[in-house]
Design a protein around this ligand. Structure first.
Ligand code: OAK
Length: 797
C-alpha cells in the first residue's frame, strides 16, 4: 500500500495517545509495539473487509485448513513486509529514535504448535494469502503455547508460555460467531416415521466456542484470509443455571494448553476433547456461513474444501456427517458423498507412536453420537468392500477394531485425498505403511512435497542477503522465487561469490554476538557454523552429531587435528517434557559443550553451543548464519523436514541422509552441492525384515566408537552419570534403534569431505550460490498451488 513516512508517524502518534496517553518521547518499546500493531491492523482491516465481501459475493470455493497447531511466530514484520511497508516504517521509526528490530522483540512469539506440522501450517497460511488463494486456518487459541525452555545445569526445564498477558493486538474476538459444542451424556434414537430416526440427548455438557480471528495478509495483493482460533468459554443463559466448580474448571482447561508432544500421541481425554472442540466449532461456523449466503447444502463441496492436517482433526468426518444428517435431515448416502468430496487428509509421519488410536470406551462416553456415526461408517465400509476386495484387506483397514478407533483409517476412508509430504514419504505410505489402503483406493494417494514461506525465511530473516540478491538479479524473485535461477549465471563470478560470502560472514558475526550474550561463549565467525535445529527426537539422531563432535575432540586431544578447520556446532531443540531419553541427550550435549568449551587444549578449533528455547524467532536468527545444516535422521523416518529448505535458501550446505525432502534437495542442487551419507531407505527396510542388526558388533570392532561411547559411562564426560548410562545402553544393550552406530563411519567420512571442501573457498561459495539458486521448488507457494489445483480445486483471486 502507498503510505508516506509522515502519514505513518502521524498515525503512530495518534495511536500512542489514544491507547496509552503517551508520546513518542515517553512511550516504552512495549507501548510502541502495541500502538504500532494497532496502526498496522487499521491499515489492513479495510483490505480484509473488502476481501471478505468479495468472497461472499462470488461464493468462490474456499479451503479451511484444520490444524490443532499453528506456529506463526511474530507477526509484526511479516505484516509490514506483506503490506509493502517494511522500509517506510523502519525509516520512520528511526527518525523518532526507535529501532524496528528492537520494537519487534516485544512481540511474544505466537507459539501454539510443537514443530514441523505447526510451522508448515503457518507457512501455508502465508502462502495461501500471498498467492491470492482463498484458504483459511481453523485451530485452537491455547492460553499457554508451547513451554519455554530454560537450560539449568545442563537440564531442560519447562516454564509456561504466558503469551497473552499483554494482550494480542492482531486478533479480533467475534462473540457473534460463537457456537455451542456438546460433550458426553446419553443419546438414543427415536423413530420419526418412514423408517427415519432422529437422535435424542440428555445430560450433555455444553461449552461455548468463541472464535478469535487473525488476518492473514497476502504479499502485495488484495487477499486477506482468516486464521480462526477457538477459545472455550462458559455459555451464558438458561441452560446452565448453577454451574458446578468442576464444570467451570473443565471449560477453562479445554483451550488452556497445547500438548507438548511432537510426532507422538498421548491418549488423554482432554486431548480428544480439544480435537472435537475445534472441529465441531469450525464446521458449524463454515456451514452457518455457507447457509447464510443462501446456497443449497447439497452443493457444499463446490464451495468448501476441508483439509485435515494429520489425524488430529479427523473427527471432521463424523462431525460433518452429524451436521448434515441430524441437523439438516439429509440421508446417509447423500451426506456420505458430500463428506468424502469435501474432506482431504495429509499424513505427516510414519512413526508408529504418533498414530492416533482412541479407546472405543473413551470415544463412546465423551462423544456418544459421533461414536455411533463412526461405527456406522465402519460397518458400511466393511459391507461394501468385503465383496470387492475380500475380508482380509478390509480387516486390516477397518476403523474400529481391538477396542480402538483408528484415526488414520477414518481419515483415508472418509476423504477423497491422502497425501504424504515428500516423495519418499508418499512412496512409503503407498508401498508399506498404508499399502492395504492403497490397494483399495489407489486414486486417493498423492504426494505434495512440503515448502517454506520464503518471505519469512529469507526476506525477513535475512534482509542483507535479500538486498544482495536484489543487487545481483533485480527484485522480481521477491514475487516469484523461480527467478532465483538467474543467480546460476554468477556461479563462477568470484566478485559476486565473495559478496555472498561477506553477507554470510556478517550473519555469523551477528549470531556470534547473540551466542556471547546468551551463553557467554566466544565463537570465531571464521569457523564453520554447523547447525542442527529441530525437535529433539531419537530418530532425528542429534546423538550422531554429538558422537562426531566427541571424535573431533579426541582428535584434538591426541594431537591429530593440526589442520582442522575450526568448527562451531550449534544446537537448538526442545524435548517433550515426558520424553526422558530426549532430555538425557540434551543434558549430554550441554555437558559435552561445557567440557570442550572450557578445555584450553581446544582453543577455538571446536566450540559447542546449545541455544535454549528454540522457536520461530530464534530460528530466524540462527538459520541465516549457518554454513552447514544437519539433516541426519535415519533414512525413512523423517517425513520431509522443512529446516533443510530454510538452510538451503540461506546458502547453507546440507549434510544429510537420503531421507525426507533431502532427496529432492539433492536432485535440485546436484550431488556436488550436498553431502549425503549413510544407509538409504532400502538398506533400513532390509535390516527391519532380516532383523540382523547387532549394534554391539560395531561397538566391539570399532575402537574409535568404543572410546567415544565409553566416555559416556567412565566419567570422561563429567556430570552425566545417569544420562550417560542411559545413552550408552540405548546404543548397546537396546541395540541402537535408529542405527546411529551403523551410520557413524559414513557420517565421519562425509564430515571430513565437507571440511576439505570448505577450504576451497571458490567451490564452497559456488555450491552455496547454487543452493540458493535452486531453492524455488521448496517454496510453500508452489506447495499450496499444488494442493489448490490437485486436491482442493480452488482458484486464486
Ligand atoms: C506432529 C504430530 C503428529 C504427527 C506428525 C507431527 C509432525 O510434526 N510431523 C512433521 O511434519 C513436518 C511437516 O510435514 C515434516 O516436515 C516432518 O518431517 C514431520 O516430522
Amino acid at each position: 500500500m502507498e503510505l508516506t513516512k509522515q502519514q505513518f508517524t502521524e498515525d503512530l502518534r495518534k495511536s500512542l495517545t489514544q491507547n496509552f496517553a503517551k508520546t513518542t518521547k515517553n512511550a516504552n518499546d512495549q507501548e510502541i509495539y502495541m500502538s504500532l500493531a494497532r496502526v498496522i491492523k487499521g491499515y489492513y482491516s479495510k483490505i480484509w473487509l473488502e476481501d471478505n465481501e468479495y468472497k461472499d459475493k462470488t461464493a468462490a470455493k474456499q479451503t479451511y485448513y484444520f490444524s490443532i497447531e499453528f506456529m506463526p511466530g511474530r507477526m509484526l514484520k511479516s505484516n509490514l513486509l506483506n503490506l509493502g511497508l517494511l522500509q517506510t516504517v523502519r525509516d520512520a521509526l528511526a527518525d523518532i529514535g526507535s529501532d524496528l528490530d528492537k520494537i519487534s522483540e516485544n512481540e511474544q512469539d505466537m507459539a501454539i504448535g510443537n514443530g514441523g506440522l505447526g510451522r508448515l501450517a503457518s507457512c501455508f497460511m502465508d502462502s495461501l494469502a500471498s498467492t491470492g488463494l482463498p484458504g483459511n486456518g481453523n485451530g485452537i487459541r491455547y492460553k499457554y503455547g508451547l513451554f519455554k525452555q530454560r537450560i539449568i545445569d545442563g537440564y531442560q526445564v519447562e516454564l509456561p508460555d504466558v503469551w497473552l498477558t499483554n494482550g494480542n493486538p492482531w486478533e479480533v474476538r467475534r462473540s457473534d460467531k460463537a457456537v455451542e459444542v456438546k460433550f458426553g451424556g446419553n443419546v438414543w434414537m427415536e423413530e420419526i416415521g418412514h423408517g427415519r430416526y432422529t437422535p435424542h440427548f440428555e445430560n450433555q455438557e455444553t461449552i461455548l466456542a468463541v472464535p478469535y480471528d487473525t488476518a492473514m495478509v497476502g504479499y502485495e495483493n488484495k487477499t486477506v484470509n482468516n486464521l480462526c482460533l477457538w477459545r472455550a468459554e462458559l455459555p451464558e443463559g438458561s441452560e446452565v443455571i448453577h454451574p458446578s466448580l468442576d464444570y467451570m474448571q473443565d471449560v477453562d482447561t479445554l483451550s488452556a494448553v497445547l500438548y507438548p508432544d511432537d510426532s507422538n500421541y498421548s491418549g488423554r481425554l482432554l486431548r480428544l476433547k480439544q480435537e472435537y472442540f475445534f472441529v465441531s466449532a469450525g464446521l458449524q461456523r463454515i456451514v452457518n456461513h455457507y447457509l447464510n449466503l443462501g446456497l443449497p447444502l447439497p452443493r457444499i463441496p463446490e464451495h468448501v474444501a476441508v483439509h485435515i492436517n494429520d489425524t488430529h482433526p479427523a473427527l471432521c468426518i463424523p462431525e460433518f456427517m452429524r451436521i448434515l444428517i441430524d441437523e439438516h435431515e439429509m440421508s446417509w448416502e447423500s451426506a456420505w458423498q458430500l463428506t468424502v468430496k469435501t474432506m482431504s487428509y495429509t499424513n505427516h509421519t510414519i512413526m508408529a507412536e504418533a498414530m492416533e488410536k482412541w479407546s472405543e470406551e473413551m470415544m463412546k462416553s465423551l462423544l456418544p453420537r459421533i461414536y455411533q456415526i463412526i461405527v456406522e461408517i465402519d460397518n458400511r465400509f466393511a459391507k461394501e468392500y468385503i465383496p470387492k476386495v475380500g475380508p482380509s484387506l478390509v480387516h486390516n483397514t477397518r476403523i474400529v477394531k481391538d477396542g480402538k478407533v483408528h484415526m488414520a483409517n477414518l481419515s483415508i476412508i472418509g476423504s477423497h485425498s491422502t497425501n504424504g509430504v515428500a516423495k519418499i514419504h508418499s512412496d512409503l505410505l503407498k508401498d508399506v505403511v498404508l499399502h492395504d489402503f492403497y490397494i483399495i483406493f489407489p486414486e486417493r494417494f498423492n504426494n505434495k512435497t512440503n515448502g517454506i514461506a520464503e518471505r519469512r525465511w529469507i526476506q525477513i530473516a535475512n534482509e542483507e542477503l535479500s538486498g544482495l540478491i536484489d543487487e545481483t538479479i533485480g527484485k522480481s524473485w521477491r514475487k516469484d522465487l523461480n527467478d532465483l535461477t538467474v543467480l546460476k549465471a554468477f556461479q563462477d563470478n568470484d566478485e559476486i561469490l565473495n559478496k555472498f560470502e561477506a553477507v554470510k560472514f556478517h550473519d555469523k558475526e551477528r549470531l556470534a554476538k547473540l551466542i556471547l550474550e546468551k551463553n557467554g561463549i566466544t565463537v570465531n565467525p571464521n569457523a564453520i557454523f554447523d547447525v542442527q535445529v529441530k525437535r529433539l527426537h531419537a530418530y532425528k539422531r542429534q546423538l550422531l552429531n554429538l558422537l562426531h563432535i566427541m571424535k573431533l575432540y579426541f582428535d584434538i586431544k591426541d594431537g591429530n587435528a593440526e589442520n582442522m578447520v575450526p568448527r562451531v556446532f550449534i544446537f537448538g531443540a526442545k524435548a517433550a517434557p515426558s520424553y526422558q531419553y530426549a532430555k538425557a541427550i540434551i543434558k549430554a550435549i550441554n555437558e559435552v559443550a561445557n567440557m570442550i568449551n572450557s578445555d584450553t587444549d581446544v582453543e577455538d578449533k571446536l566450540k559447542v553451543v546449545f541455544l535454549e528455547n528454540y522457536n520461530v524467532s530464534l530460528a530466524e536468527q540462527i538459520i541465516p548464519s549457518a554454513n552447514v545444516g544437519e539433516q541426519i535422521s535415519l533414512a525413512s523416518t523423517e517425513a520431509s523436514g522443512t529446516s533443510n529448505m530454510k538452510f538451503m535458501l540461506n546458502g547453507a550446505l546440507t549434510i544429510g541422509t537420503l531421507d525426507g525432502a533431502n532427496i529432492e534437495i539433492k536432485d535440485a542442487v546436484g550431488d556436488e552441492n550436498i553431502f549425503i551419507f549413510g544407509m538409504n531407505k532400502d538398506d533400513v527396510l532390509e535390516y527391519y525384515t532380516n532383523g540382523r542388526y547387532q549394534s554391539t558388533e560395531i561397538y566391539n570392532s570399532n575402537p574409535i566408537l568404543k572410546r567415544i561411547l565409553n566416555a559416556f559411562v567412565d566419567g570422561s564426560i563429567p556430570n552425566i552419570e545417569n544420562e550417560g548410562r542411559e545413552i550408552f545402553d540405548s546404543m548397546t544393550v537396546y541395540n541402537d534403534e535408529y542405527f546411529v552406530l551403523r551410520d557413524f563411519d559414513s557420517y565421519v567420512e562425509t564430515q571430513k569431505r565437507l571440511e576439505d571442501y570448505y577450504r576451497d573457498r571458490h567451490a564452497w561459495n559456488k555450491s552455496c550460490l547454487l543452493n540458493i539458486a535452486n531453492a524455488a521448488r521448496f517454496s510453500s507457494d508452489r506447495t499450496v498451488r499444488e494442493y489448490a489445483e490437485q486436491i482442493w480445486q480452488i482458484n486464486p483471486r
